[in-house]
Design a protein around this ligand. Sequence first.
Ligand code: GLC
Length: 551
Amino acid sequence: MALDEEPGTPEAWWRTAVMYQVYPRSFADGNGDGEGDLPGLRAKLPYLADLGVDGLWISPWFPSPMADGGYDVSDFRGIHPMFGTLDDADAVLREARDLGLRVIIDLVPNHTSDQHPWFLEALAAAPGSAERARYFFRDGRGDSGEEPPNNWISAFGGPAWSRITEPDGSPGQWYLHLFAPEQPDLDWSNEAVLDDFDDVLRFWFDRGVDGLRIDAAPAMSKKAGLPDADYGGVLQFRTVDWDDNPHWDVDTVHDIFRRWRAIADTYDGDRAFVAEAVVSTPERLAAYLRPDEMHTAFNFPYLKGPWEAGPLRDVIDATLSSFAPIGVPSTWVLTSHDETRPVTRYGRTTTSSYFISDGAGEVSDLALGTRRARAAAMLMLALPGGAYVYQGEELGLPNVDDLPDEVLQDPMFLRSGGEMRGRDGCRVPLPWSGQEPPFGFSPEGVTPWLPQPESWRDLTVEAQEGDATSMLTLYRDVLRLRRETPGLYAAGLAWRESAPDVLDFDRDDALRCVVNLSTEPVDVPADRVLLSSIPLEDGQLPPDATAWLRP
Ligand code: GLC
């Protein structure tokens, strides 16, 4: 049966798909070197098909010096030798397709690695050369060019400019990097850059990827003349708070996506773009989703929201009302490779998330966090549109906040002088089986690139399989129910009257969902319950729990 003919799946798969995010370095190690890879991923594809997701989003798998976990790409048409070969990538695409799984990959177009041949050529070439014009090389301010060309700051802290030494040994020009210095920004007003990426898109579409997630999309255009930014005293990269920013969400960025959409539309099989676009308002986000631009976008306001009924309801309403008029499906997501894992986040007093996790946060009540994460998963999967599940979320893994300093690799940690712990704590390799590390991630005796806690012995796939109370069983059950509920994909959402701190909505005649965020049990018609995140007590839904019901 063709993918589009799966029961209940409407024509364009990306409108309702549940996509599972694979961070390849931490998913499964096929060759026993302590790092995840594509042979490891291939071997686990049946696990993902069994889980019941519709597809995979694979974080960058390209050659990279790994200065930012692979988001520093040195060849956009290759595969990192640590992960395997292009043949392995083809096998992943083919075998995923055979299992009915879509695959989108992560394109990182705002910047290259500082080891990309273009950047090395630019360093070797003269100021004003065509090689330098692919990036932002500028003379510094001050008498001898010793000051950065403007006041822009990097997402990872510190100035967004680094000064080079010219080939003759003299102090030279500066180059722009909105992220780490190892990630020089490309100049997307340069035709040579545009032309080359047209070819990169075709390269991957020709190999059969179903779509591309566009990393840091709003960063790609800069205001002409690179004027100083008015940060109003903020020292962190809080894009969402800034309007009229000279290096974020500049209107010319949309020309790039129109050009790309025209390319995607020449391919059959519903190829889709997913925007990673954190911008200031829903209207600004909607501009990325015009019919000739990208197909869907990550829902950061939903991801960041606290575990509280009012804000949750508000963000659901705001999402639906900004997306519905433009005919674009909503997406829902609780976490990613950049955030604190939900089990940890929901076990704290502050349950909202930041752009980048700060693992040094308050100690978490993991039992409470797990209970809420179960409820949150069932809420997310009851909402109209698509959803994203980050690897390990289905196992209820907590963040690993006590990784020793010497194993941390995130540039956030390194560039903040250790003040920010960074994102390594959500990237610890998955536990598959066995009683002790490496828990089947790597062969016995091999130490994974980040150490796994001993306590994960109860959270392995093996330990959770067949346990009716496990997070894995809950995910499998809810994903199956989602697929098998007639009419769910097409249904709208209507709120019912409810007690304070309770969310209660119908998806037309297909499903009713009740989420209890209060501290008291609430009445639900027990005979109509199809699935609940924890068992009902005396016919009532306990606090921090979700139930799916027949309406
Ligand atoms: C995105 C990625 C993040 C990366 C950054 C720079 O936000 O999700 O991991 O560090 O872009 O490429």
